[in-house]
Design a binder for this molecule. Structure first.
Ligand code: SF4
Length: 218
């Protein structure tokens, strides 16, 4: 389970974290700009028509075109999404945020068929976005009392192996995604050997889904 995402679903779009490596914003502002829900570009928005969708036995990545738990997202929008998820009990839904602190607001109403994810690209603090610090994300996700947690190390950035592996062990995710950026986005990447070593260490205690791997851009 949790090997393969079979659907993406965007009932809430947009994001204000302003990551330098973001691929979703340019896509929303160009390729997808003809769609009604992207008519304001990447401004946060609830796409109400999406809430009617139902899924059967899928593993659904929710809001890959935004951050559903960004601090700017009204609580009611998230409640709408959780209600819609209750109509699809045979599927699992992956949330992925850079603001896992907000998961605590909803612990009492989360259904059981979720995977609560946090993006933690490294243990080091690089100035690549206005999202919460990676150390804060780790501190919040490690404390979440939920049975399915995941961590996305994508796009991977150079890291300190002992500290980073220690964080992942403590978080105890059901799966970790690891991948490099899609393009040369001028972020500090580790060597392929270093990443391969990380994957080996993580694989000793959790499932690792390897996404894009390549030698770093120079
Ligand atoms: S969190 Fe994701 S969607 Fe938001 S700016 Fe960063 S890369 Fe883009």
């Amino acid at each position: 389970m949790f090997d393969k995402i079979t659907k993406t679903w965007n009932p809430v779009i947009g994001c204000l974290h302003n990551c330098s490596y973001c691929w979703a914003r340019p896509m929303a502002e160009t390729k997808l700009s003809h769609m009604d829900k992207y008519k304001d570009g990447f401004q946060p928005r609830l796409a109400e028509s999406e809430l009617k969708k139902k899924f059967r036995r899928q593993y659904v990545f929710v809001s890959d075109m935004g951050d559903l738990f960004g601090e700017w997202v009204p609580k009611e929008w998230i409640i709408h999404v959780l209600k819609a998820i209750r109509n699809s009990p045979s599927s699992y839904f992956l949330f992925l945020t850079k603001n896992p602190q907000r998961y605590f607001e909803f612990l009492d109403v989360f259904p059981k068929n979720l995977v609560l994810g946090a993006t933690i690209e490294t243990n080091r603090e690089y100035k690549v976005s206005s999202a919460p610090l990676v150390a804060e994300r780790y501190e919040w996700i490690v404390r979440i009392p939920y049975h399915n947690k995941m961590v996305s190390i994508e796009p991977i950035m150079d890291f300190d192996p002992d500290i980073f592996v220690g964080w992942l062990k403590e978080i105890s995710p059901v799966v970790v995604h690891v991948g490099y950026a899609n393009y040369n986005q001028n972020i500090p990447e580790p060597s392929l050997d270093k990443t391969a070593d990380l994957i080996g260490k993580l694989s000793s205690f959790t499932k690792v889904k390897v996404l894009r791997l390549r030698e770093k851009y120079t």
